[in-house]
Design a protein around this ligand. Structure first.
Ligand code: ZN
Length: 310
């Protein structure tokens, strides 16, 4: 049996960067169930005329200001909406190009390119497709979620001897390995499939080689094979699903948004705590690296004895 663990990040690992948190998430699927999973996502995307496109959660969920400026936008057909946005954007680009600074036009062009595939949907529909996908993943009893969400201000690189990005990767690899090794009856193996990012591809490959030689701080690496396979997230849909997971986790730890994370947390790798006198489930697969007394759902699920001690 082999699990493919699709990995993607949300937020920047730089301090301070543009986000308070950095999240690395891995969604693991047994290779035998991949077709079923892929078909389920395709079926959702078809309803929204998105089956040929990329699912980029952050761009899907943004507000597109022009949609509010086009009269009767919501009542239009999808084809009409696409055409109306296209016209609006073309005239807006012409207007911006007349400005002294080239920056606004450049910025608008970039935003338009990222959102072009989604202009036929209203904001409610774009939200609905993301929620539907999160609920679909929630129902996959064969899938397992791993993640590390780091509060960057709480992180001390000197104490850990690692950068924020490295710490997140080491934690994710350790948790995936421990999950694979827990099943002793069947030989269970794993492979990491990672969004390709030039700066991290080299570093994560190096780190994985070190892990194969001497383990991580927490685990010997016997079950994860190879160095990560780097793929283009624009083309690989399951990496887009990992992107959705990491985005949902970051929006929860940064803004307290629960709609997307609630269904997804159900997939976190969870074990029975053997040390506990009463049956206690511990979500070992995901952690919020934050202040000691954080009482978010991730922290409570990861260390449930804290709540019981109260
Ligand atoms: Zn927390």
């Amino acid at each position: 049996m082999t699990y493919l663990c699709y990995v993607d990040e949300s937020g920047t690992p730089d301090v301070p960067g543009t986000s308070s948190h950095f999240v690395l998430a891995g969604l693991a699927i047994p290779i035998e169930r991949w077709q079923e999973a892929d078909r389920a996502i395709t079926a959702i995307l078809q309803k929204y005329d998105l089956e040929d496109g990329e699912v980029h959660t952050a761009w899907l969920l943004r507000g597109y200001p022009e949609q509010g400026k086009i009269a009767g936008f919501e009542a239009m057909s999808r084809l009409e909406r696409r055409a109306a946005v296209h016209r609006y954007r073309a005239s807006e680009l012409l207007r911006l190009r007349k400005m002294k600074s080239p920056k606004p036009a450049r910025q608008a062009k970039k935003t338009y390119a990222h959102t072009e595939e989604y202009t036929h949907l209203t904001r409610d529909e774009r939200r609905a497709v993301v929620v539907e996908i999160a609920q679909c993943i929630s129902g996959w009893d064969f899938a397992v979620l791993f993640f590390e969400a780091i509060d960057k201000l709480h992180f001390d690189p000197i104490k850990t001897g690692r950068s924020i990005g490295e710490q997140a990767f080491e934690q994710l690899v350790s948790r995936f390995e421990q999950f694979l090794a827990r099943n002793n009856e069947l030989p269970v193996h794993g492979l990491l499939v990672h969004d390709n990012n030039h700066t991290i591809a080299k570093r994560h490959t190096q780190m994985m080689r070190e892990f194969h030689k001497q383990g991580t701080l927490w685990a010997r690496i016997d079950r994860i094979n190879e160095t990560p396979m780097f793929v283009d997230s624009k083309l690989t849909r399951m990496v887009q699903m990992a992107d959705l997971c990491s985005y949902a986790i970051r929006r929860y730890v940064e803004n307290g948004e629960t709609e997307l994370i609630k269904p997804l947390l159900a997939r976190t790798d969870t074990v029975n705590d053997r040390k506990s006198a009463t049956p206690t489930l511990v979500a070992v697969g995901g952690r919020h690296f934050a202040k000691m007394n954080c009482e978010c759902e991730i922290c409570i699920a990861h260390t449930p004895w804290r709540k019981q001690a109260k």
